[in-house]
Design a protein around this ligand. Structure first.
Ligand code: BG6
Length: 482
């Protein structure tokens, strides 16, 4: 799960992308695969087979991929050789025989490139097509072979507990859990991975990481974009399914989990599941929903959610949510975890803030209620400009008793330059067979079990102007009360 690995442990394989000509393949998968090969993290012997309904043929697919790579910032002549040698395309028909033909195609590619039968099946397709694809892989025997076989499932993984269970059952009747990679791209972000390193190699902080020293934890994912033309999906999903059930809950689990005894994928995931299952049922009063109204972004007028193309006039879909949760464990009992995310907020900002308790007695003012200084805060910044700020109090030299807040800063970019893309990290993990950064069946179900009751209650929507910090009730980004 580390980003730059010089000695590749990746075996030659066929990387099959269902949705091979789709948006995700174009923006993330093809560029990541290409970079892994040119960075020598994956040796030659990675052959990509794009599968889609389009009849583009091999030559058309190579041109399409070349364009995708050029759009991602590479030069056309740099990528040409790889595209010519390693890319194929297979059109998939709706009938069962489509998967039989796909199997023949994969076997002929393996023979042509002398590959040992290792296969990745990446489902970069709409969730409605997951079931038929998994069944097709099973019925055609593509789920078995001479080498390793891994299946990658993109989000959303179900829309509630029942659908997630059904999808897990289907996957597990065709594959083994060790072959299944449920993606949450937040886990591929370097700073998210670093949460574990930070927590478990710096005992200085770990000693403070509990209800005795921490007064609250806030997890914020603010986006300045709207729904970016995805009304069809977003109308049904809404902010809890789109962001909270997966990304924010993964961040919560990493912040709140106990140290695993060993750094092993299943031991880490065991600890994450324990956190998610320990969250107390969310009370109605602990949730604030919002929906953006027309406003501004970068000085330009932007429409409200209801005016977005494809959104129905009577839509009740929230685009913002603030949730207060309590993790009922020995370490965290009684400490609020405030999860907050929304679209069309003033800027893109993802961070976790751990606020420490104030001194028992404020000696500079005599009485505690006179205390005017800020609490110490550790802010872990995931986007943009990844790093940490540790805020603490100092005496201002100007006046006798004035207490000032200052911060220690660390920024990844100052030390390491540009961080790798999350997909690049995750694809390398898939190829190396490392499941640490992927969500296990019980984890995804625990998360739906937590949010299902909340999703069953009709949301009380509060309007907020695009370009502001959400419903005015949220008090300019402040926590949901204490
Ligand atoms: C996706 C959501 O999973 O994550 C999008 O579907 C959201 O709605 C995106 O914009 C945010 O990801 P990131 O990496 O840009 O913070």
């Amino acid at each position: 799960m580390m980003s730059s690995r010089s000695i590749s442990r990746v075996d030659p394989h066929v990387f099959v992308i269902f949705g091979g000509t789709g948006d995700l393949a174009q923006r993330k998968l093809i560029p990541s695969l290409y970079r892994l090969i040119t960075d020598h993290e994956v040796r030659d012997g990675c052959v990509v087979l794009g599968v889609s309904r389009r009849e583009v043929g091999d030559a058309g697919y190579r041109d399409w991929a070349k364009e995708a790579l050029v759009e991602s910032g590479l030069e056309a002549d740099e990528v040409d050789t790889w595209c010519q040698g390693n890319l194929h395309h297979q059109a998939l028909s709706d009938s069962d025989s489509g998967y039989g033909a796909l199997r023949e195609r994969i076997e002929s590619i393996e023979a042509e490139h002398s590959l040992p039968g290792n296969r990745v099946f990446y489902m970069a397709i709409p969730p409605g097509a997951f079931a038929t694809t998994i069944e097709g892989l099973g019925s055609s025997g593509l789920n078995q072979g001479a080498g390793w076989i891994r299946v990658v499932v993109e989000k959303p993984f179900g829309t509630d507990l029942e659908s997630a269970r059904a999808l897990n059952d289907l996957l597990l009747s065709n594959f083994d859990e060790t072959q299944i990679y449920r993606i949450d791209h937040y886990l591929g972000k370097a700073t998210v991975q670093n949460l574990l390193t930070f927590r478990f190699t710096n005992p200085m902080f770990e000693r403070l990481w509990n209800r005795d020293r921490v007064s609250r934890v806030e997890i914020t994912v603010a986006e300045d974009l709207g729904i970016a033309g995805r009304a069809g999906y977003y109308e049904r999903a809404g902010v809890v399914r789109d962001m909270v059930q997966n990304h924010l809950t993964q961040l919560l689990a990493l912040v709140a989990m106990e140290p695993p005894n060993v750094f092993h994928a299943d031991r880490i995931r065991d600890e994450k599941v324990k956190v998610i299952t320990a969250v107390a049922p969310v009370e109605e009063d602990d949730v604030v929903y919002g929906r953006y109204e027309a406003g501004q972004r970068d000085g330009e007028e932007v429409p409200g959610y209801l005016e977005e193309a494809g959104v129905s006039a009577d839509s009740m879909t929230p685009t913002f949510v603030g949730i207060r949760l309590y993790v009922d464990t020995w370490r965290w009992q009684g400490i609020p975890f405030l999860l907050r995310t929304g679209k069309r907020l003033p800027r893109r900002s993802t961070h976790i803030e751990v606020t420490f308790r104030e001194p028992a007695l404020c000696v500079f003012h005599g009485r505690r209620d006179d205390c005017v200084h800020e609490p110490d805060v550790l802010r872990i910044i995931l986007e943009p400009d990844e790093g940490f700020d540790l805020r603490f109090n100092v005496k201002s030299p100007d006046e006798d008793t004035t207490i000032d807040t200052q911060a220690l800063h660390f920024r990844y970019s100052d030390v390491y330059g540009k961080l790798p893309d999350a997909y690049q990290t995750l694809i390398l993990d898939i190829l190396e067979g490392d499941q640490t950064l992927f969500v296990r069946a019980d984890e995804v179900e625990a998360s739906w079990r937590l949010y299902d009751p909340l999703l069953e209650r009709p949301p009380k929507l509060i309007g907020y102007t695009a370009g502001t910090w959400g419903p005015p009730e949220m008090d300019q980004g402040a926590p949901l009360g204490d």
